[in-house]
Design a protein around this ligand. Structure first.
Ligand code: HXC
Length: 281
C-alpha cells in the first residue's frame, strides 16, 4: 500500500540509503512523489538504489559518504543541493551494529559503532540544520533509533548507548530548533530483517526464531510498514508532531516489560488451577 502524492514536491536525504531500511524508504518515498538523495559508504549499493528509483520514473541522486567524516558530509550535501536546490527532509538512517559480549569488544569497536550512529547522526543533522537556519528554511529530521534506546540491551552496548544518545538529541533539538521551523521525530523499530541485520545481528537462525517468539504479533516487521510510518511522520500531515518517537515492533518490547506477560504460555488447566487457588478463602 502506498499513499501516492503524500510527499509530492519534497526533497528527501536519506543516510545509509544504499541498503536495508534506508533503501526501502528511498523507494517508497519516491513512489509517494518525493525526489531522493542517498548517501552511504558503498557506491555500488547507492547506485543500485538510485537506479531502482529512476527506472520507475523517479528522481534520485547519490553520493558516497562516511557519516563519521564531516568533510565528506559537506561535499555530499553540496552536491545534492547543486542538483536539488533544497533538501526538505533529512532521514538519519545510517547505522552500524553487531552482537558481541561486551568484554570482547576493543575500544575501536565501540568507537566504530558510536561514531556511525551517534556522531554521524549529529554531524549530518548539524550540517543540514545550519543550512536550514541560515537560509530561513523549514526542515524535518527523522532519526531511526531502536526500542532498546530506552531499555538498553545486552550484547549491543555500543549501539544501545549510541541510540539512546540519538533519542536524547531528537528530544533536545525538537525544543531548541522548533523556533527555526525544524521538526524532529524518531522511529523505534523492532526487528525488521535486512541483509545487514541477518549477517551482523542474527547470524544464527535459531536466534531469529527466538526473537520472533517474543513478538506478540508473531512476526518481524515488513519494509512497507516502516516506510509508511516514516512517510507519514515526515509529511505535512504530521506537522504538529515534534520530539516524538514512534515504536513499530509488534509489541515486542512491552512483552519483555510486563511482569505477568510470560503467563501467555499457560494452558487452560493451569488457568483453571490459578483461579481455583486464588479464589480460595
Ligand atoms: C567484535 C567487531 C565485530 C564483531 C567489527 N568489530 N565487527 N568486534 N565482533 N562482530 C571490530 C573490529 O575488530 C574493529 O576493532 C572495529 O570493530 C572496527 O571494525 P571495522 O570493520 O574496521 O570498522 P568499520 O569498517 O568502520 O565497520 C563498522 C562496523 C561494521 C559497525 C564494525 O559492522 C559495519 O560497517 N556495519 C554497517 C552495516 C551494519 O552494521 N548494519 C546493521 C545495522 S542494524 P579492532 O580493535 O580490531 O580494530 C542496526 C539495527 C539495530 O543497527 C536494531 C536491531 C534490532
Amino acid at each position: 500500500m502506498t499513499f501516492r502524492g503524500l510527499l509530492d514536491g519534497k526533497n528527501i536525504l536519506i543516510t545509509g540509503g544504499g541498503s536495508g531500511i534506508g533503501r526501502a524508504m528511498a523507494q517508497h518515498f519516491s513512489d509517494m512523489g518525493a525526489s531522493i538523495a542517498v548517501l552511504g559508504r558503498r557506491e555500488i549499493k547507492l547506485k543500485e538504489t538510485a537506479d531502482l528509483i529512476k527506472n520507475k520514473g523517479g528522481t534520485a541522486y547519490f553520493h558516497t559518504c562516511d557519516v563519521r567524516n564531516t568533510d565528506q558530509i559537506n561535499e555530499a550535501i553540496d552536491y545534492f543541493l547543486d542538483n536539488m536546490k533544497n533538501i526538505d527532509i533529512l532521514v538519519n538512517n545510517a547505522a552500524g551494529n553487531f552482537v558481541s559480549p561486551t568484554e570482547k569488544l576493543s575500544p575501536h569497536a565501540f568507537d566504530s559503532v558510536v561514531g556511525i550512529v551517534l556522531h554521524g547522526t549529529f554531524y549530518v543533522t548539524l550540517n543540514m540544520g545550519k543550512r536550514w537556519i541560515s537560509n530561513s528554511r523549514k526542515g524535518v529530521v527523522l532519526d531511526i533509533v531502536t526500542t532498546y534506546a530506552w531499555t538498553g540491551s545486552a550484547f549491543v552496548v555500543p549501539s544501545a548507548a549510541a541510540k539512546a544518545g540519538v533519542l536524547a538529541m531528537v528530544r533536545s533539538l525538537a525544543v531548541e530548533w522548533a523556533r527555526y521551523g525544524i521538526r524532529h521525530v524518531a522511529i523505534a523499530p523492532g526487528p525488521f530483517p535486512t541483509e545487514a541485520t541477518k549477517r551482523n545481528l542474527f547470524p544464527i537462525q535459531d536466534m531469529e526464531n527466538k526473537i520472533i517468539d517474543r513478538i506478540p504479533l508473531g512476526r518481524t516487521g515488513r519494509m512497507e510498514e516502516i516506510s509508511n510510518l516514516a512517510a507519514f511522520l515526515v509529511s505535512d500531515y504530521a506537522d504538529y508532531i515534534n520530539g516524538e518517537v514512534v515504536t513499530i515492533d509488534g509489541g515486542e518490547w512491552l512483552k519483555g516489560a510486563g511482569q505477568f506477560n510470560d503467563f501467555l504460555s499457560l494452558d487452560k488447566d493451569q488457568w483453571d488451577l490459578i483461579r481455583e487457588m486464588s479464589m480460595k478463602k
